[in-house]
Design a protein around this ligand. Sequence first.
Ligand SMILES: Cc1cc2nc3c(=O)[nH]c(=O)nc-3n(C[C@H](O)[C@H](O)[C@H](O)COP(=O)(O)OP(=O)(O)OC[C@H]3O[C@@H](n4cnc5c(N)ncnc54)[C@H](O)[C@@H]3O)c2cc1C
Length: 208
Amino acid sequence: MSRAEMEKQGITILTGCTVNKVDKHGKEFTTHLSNGSSIASEQVMFAIGRHPNVANLGLENAGVAINPDNGGIAVDGWSQTSVPNIYAIGDVTHRVNLTPVAIREGHAFADTVFGKRPVQVDHATIPTAVFSQPEVGTVGLTEAQARAQFSHVDIYKTDFQPDQGDDVRPRHPHPDEARGRRHHRPRARLPHRRRHRRRDHPGRRASP
Ligand SMILES: Cc1cc2nc3c(=O)[nH]c(=O)nc-3n(C[C@H](O)[C@H](O)[C@H](O)COP(=O)(O)OP(=O)(O)OC[C@H]3O[C@@H](n4cnc5c(N)ncnc54)[C@H](O)[C@@H]3O)c2cc1C
């Protein structure tokens, strides 16, 4: 759905490949992709990810171990490091690098160590969003992952669209529209909602 909307706006979406190299020729760039193709453009924006900045903190001297898999400070489910009286939470552990997750890990640590209320953070169902237009958001398992884990899975599909019958445009067009430019109008009501349900096993809910 989001992909179709973006493609309608003229955006080309390539999946299953990444950027291998970017060459600059004068004011232009050629981006070489892992699928062997290349893209010529005037600008390139490339999100390369992040890495925990744990060098030169003296962690080795304290005996705090680094997680060899992700380069962050190694912790267990209680955010405890290899040194029992040292805890690490947030991006420095390179688990799920989001603000609400860091806050939750901090709360869980404080509850556990100072509040006498042991709490572990569940990193399995964290909602994430891409602030694109339209927005993309995910939470929990993908359909493929759910099918691999559960014998019975119900699939629901929902999409949103502006309520066509509820036209709140003023009688006269905005000056931007009169000049042929797009003008953002506030919506008067919540969008109309359509639901589709695909049932693989009628009468059964998702169960382990
Ligand atoms: C461009 C960008 C966009 C993002 N957008 C989102 C978003 O939309 N939503 C979302 O949920 N998350 C977003 N994040 C991620 C979010 O910012 C982090 O997950 C969050 O800030 C982690 O909190 P933290 O406390 O672990 O680390 P930080 O917020 O990085 O705090 C670490 C602090 O430690 C300090 N520090 C570092 N080294 C030392 C040292 N040696 N001694 C003392 N202090 C030190 C730093 O100066 C910093 O103040 C974004 C991150 C980036 C980079």
